[in-house]
Design a protein around this ligand. Structure first.
Ligand SMILES: NC(=O)c1ccc[n+]([C@@H]2O[C@H](COP(=O)([O-])OP(=O)(O)OC[C@H]3O[C@@H](n4cnc5c(N)ncnc54)[C@H](OP(=O)(O)O)[C@@H]3O)[C@@H](O)[C@H]2O)c1
Length: 261
């Protein structure tokens, strides 16, 4: 079992993909640190885990300043005096055109999706350097590869995140550091409900007729990709995997497919 006795720090563990990954990983008897803003929901996730598994709750807001998030990484390390794996899963989406999206909203999405994971990563590298097989997992999105309408902030934050982790991997800062970027298509979660409108309020409902894979399937594919040491994996329905290829090889066709007009 790849994660037995490994200390896995999971952000976004309170719901959706992060919760499903947490529950699946817990079957391998790791030591878990669960983070998100909502402490009650994290406690609820903990109650669903076999009591034999060590689970700690470390609430945090990914939109916080670098000093606060560096302190959170210190606190995470202090819990088991070790961090083997970080799963960056916390994130927030957008449902608004560029002109309707205030700068505050744009910046909030970047703080949560890009700067938060970046600060936690920088603060954790000294700890990851101490273990034999350190792993960073970043739950990105197919929208880290292409943009669609009403996602200018979301898509650009995920493009930036992908570039950041690819570049960090290339720097070889820790010789055997595994960095796995996961690019999901639609997964059935509350992401759309929690997505920000232009004024920073939440959409409050799911998108109509989008469907997607289940969180359980997403978690299985994520854990499999990480276990197999992959650098980048697209998960989701065939149409989303195909969309990445169409954007790559037939960009003009792709533009017509996603254009609003
Ligand atoms: N669902 C999809 O279709 C899909 C597709 C591609 C990529 N993704 C990515 O998958 C990841 C998880 O999303 P999900 O689909 O599982 O949606 P979700 O159910 O809305 O979960 C989002 C998670 O992020 C946490 N979060 C949000 N804002 C935060 C903040 N400011 N500080 C700390 N944690 C915060 C939430 O916890 P709290 O509210 O408790 O803070 C929650 O645990 C995201 O990065 C998303 O971009 C999802």
């Amino acid at each position: 079992m790849r994660f037995e006795n490994k200390v896995c720090w999971i952000t976004g563990a309170s719901s959706g993909i992060g919760k499903a990954v947490t529950l699946l990983l817990s079957q391998q008897n790791p030591k878990l640190i669960l983070s998100a803003r909502n402490q009650d929901k994290l406690e609820e996730v903990k109650r669903n885990i076999d009591p034999k598994v060590e689970v700690s709750i470390l609430p945090l807001d990914l939109a916080d300043d670098k000093e606060i998030l560096h302190q959170k990484a210190k606190e995470a390390y202090a819990i088991y005096e070790k961090i083997d794996c970080i799963f960056h899963i916390g994130g927030i989406s957008q449902r608004a055109g560029f002109e309707e999206t205030s700068y505050d909203t744009f910046e909030q999405i970047f703080k949560v999706n890009f700067w938060g994971p970046l600060y936690l990563t920088k603060a954790s590298l000294p700890y990851l350097r101490k273990v034999s097989n350190p792993i960073i997992v970043s739950i990105n999105s197919v929208q880290g590869k292409f943009g669609v309408p009403e996602r200018t902030a979301y898509s650009s934050s995920k493009h930036a995140l992908l570039g950041f982790f690819d570049s960090l991997r290339a720097e070889n800062v820790i010789p055997n550091l595994q960095i796995t970027n996961i690019l999901p298509g639609y997964v059935k979660t509350d992401l759309a409900k929690n997505a920000l409108l232009g004024d920073g309020s939440t959409q409050g409902h799911l998108d109509e007729g989008k469907g997607g894979i289940t969180v359980e399937k997403a978690a299985q594919d994520i854990v499999k990709a990480v276990t197999n040491g992959k650098s980048e994996v697209v998960i989701g329905r065939p149409r989303e995997k195909m969309a990445v290829l169409i954007k790559r090889f037939l960009p003009k066709v792709f533009e017509k497919l996603v254009s609003s007009s």
